[in-house]
Design a protein around this ligand. Structure first.
Ligand code: NAD
Ligand code: MG
Length: 391
């Protein structure tokens, strides 16, 4: 029996995770559930899974949740804030932590799980991108096992020999990171400045939280995933290529020296990578139907359009610059996407805000968590200034 903490349990990944866990009650129990909003849903999850702890944002949230539960989950502890999140991510009773908080807010709890040597299922790519070397050093030091939930990285992981310490020694030439191109792959480029948040969040293949949906529409999601792939697999930037694949059936590929190209395929449903990572190296049911290739009929691939998706170039430049440049990229993106979602910024100004921040943020070496958080804060301040100039 494994005891699982789900950080961000009311989100898209959190709900899919609970769906998989509920299919295997003999195998998994829930130690903690956490959410910042949608507390009614969190209360329902607590009734269903009877976790040892629930964690909310603040004291007021704790009061609301306690009232909602009205004693229905005996013995449950209700915690709040970052301290509560770190506590349930690192508790000695926890075996695995699903890191599914969105954005930089996930950094401290995810790092707490890493430092405590947990099996960490990483959906929260922003925490890895912003903290790069600090995150990887913590992983090395604690010996925690990191399993990628991002469907692309989970696919790459599945296409590599395990364990794989060295891509060159494994005969890997390239990693082909696939991306659907999002809802605006064929939208007229000169009309992109008019698209609305709801249009940006209407992804053709995946149903996801609003922040990552906008990232998919700008393809900054693929930019973040490019950095994620370099870090997770020790790939050189020139070894990772982005390929647009509108059907989202091939989740990514690994090209070997002998001409072999290995792909992992499946229906676009996050329960597959979640089930894979939860049970690794075993396999469990996920509730996802088998892929019917004949019914699908065709799979298409094309090169990304650099003019339509400037965020891809910005992410590569950040990786080339190194140090805190990816931290600034991520922070600027979070600020710009939030402003777009609130109707304060045009879609096409998202990359413009990021570019301004990247030009003015002085890259520094990431020596530790403090350096990461300082770089994150100052990039957010620069992004606020850019927002005022551009909106
Ligand atoms: P979401 O917005 O649906 O859910 C986010 C969860 O985090 C919610 O439970 C929310 O309450 C919680 N949360 C948000 N801000 C918080 C804060 N400041 N403090 C504490 N908790 C907070 O997001 P999602 O789509 O589930 O994505 C979660 C993460 O997984 C993101 O990093 C995303 O990039 C990554 N991811 C998602 C998908 C997907 O299909 N949705 C795929 C790959 C990777
Ligand atoms: Mg992905």
């Amino acid at each position: 029996m494994q005891s699982i903490t789900v950080l961000g349990s009311t989100g898209s990944i959190g709900v899919s995770t609970l769906d998989v866990l509920a299919r295997h009650p003999q195998r998994y129990s829930v130690f903690a559930l956490t959410a910042r909003e949608r507390l009614t849903e969190l209360a329902q999850q607590c009734r269903r899974f009877a976790p040892r702890f629930a964690v909310v944002a603040d004291e007021k949230g704790a009061r609301v949740l306690r009232e909602q539960l009205a004693g229905e989950v005996p013995g449950i502890g209700i915690l709040w804030g970052v301290e509560g999140l770190c506590r349930v991510a690192s508790d000695p009773q926890v075996d695995a932590v699903m890191a599914a908080i969105v954005g930089a807010a996930g950094l401290r709890p995810t790092l707490a799980a890493v430092e405590a040597g947990k099996k960490v299922l990483l959906a929260n790519k922003e925490s890895l991108v912003m903290a790069g070397p600090v995150f990887m050093q913590a992983l090395e030091k604690s010996g925690a096992q990191l399993l990628p939930i991002d469907s692309e990285h989970n696919a790459i992981f599945q296409c590599l020999p395990q364990p794989c310490a060295d891509l060159d020694r494994a005969g890997v030439e390239k990693i082909l990171l696939t991306g659907s191109g999002g809802p605006f792959r064929t939208h007229p480029v000169d009309e992109l400045h008019r698209v609305t948040p709801d249009e940006a969040c209407a992804h053709p293949n995946w149903s996801m939280g609003r922040k990552i949906s906008v990232d998919s529409a700008t393809m900054m999601n693929k930019g973040l995933e490019f950095i994620e792939a370099c870090l997770l697999f020790g790939a050189r930037p020139d070894q990772v290529e982005v390929v647009v694949h509108p059907q989202s059936v091939v989740h990514s590929m690994v090209q070997y020296r002998d001409g072999s190209l290995l792909a992992q395929m499946g229906e676009p449903d996050m329960r597959t990578p979640i089930a894979h990572a939860l049970a690794f190296p075993e396999r469990i049911g996920s509730g996802v139907a088998a892929l019917d290739l004949v019914a699908r009929g065709r799979l298409d691939f094309e090169a990304p359009d650099a003019r339509r998706f400037p965020c891809l170039r910005l992410a590569r430049e950040a990786m080339d610059t190194g140090g805190s440049a990816p931290t600034a990229l991520n922070a600027a993106n979070e600020v710009a996407v939030e402003a777009f979602l609130q109707g304060r910024l045009a879609f096409t100004s998202i990359p413009a805000v990021i570019e301004r921040v990247m030009k003015s943020a002085e890259p520094v070496e990431l020596t530790g968590l403090d350096a990461v958080e300082t770089a994150d804060r100052s990039a957010r301040a620069l992004a606020q200034r850019a927002l005022e100039e551009l909106s």
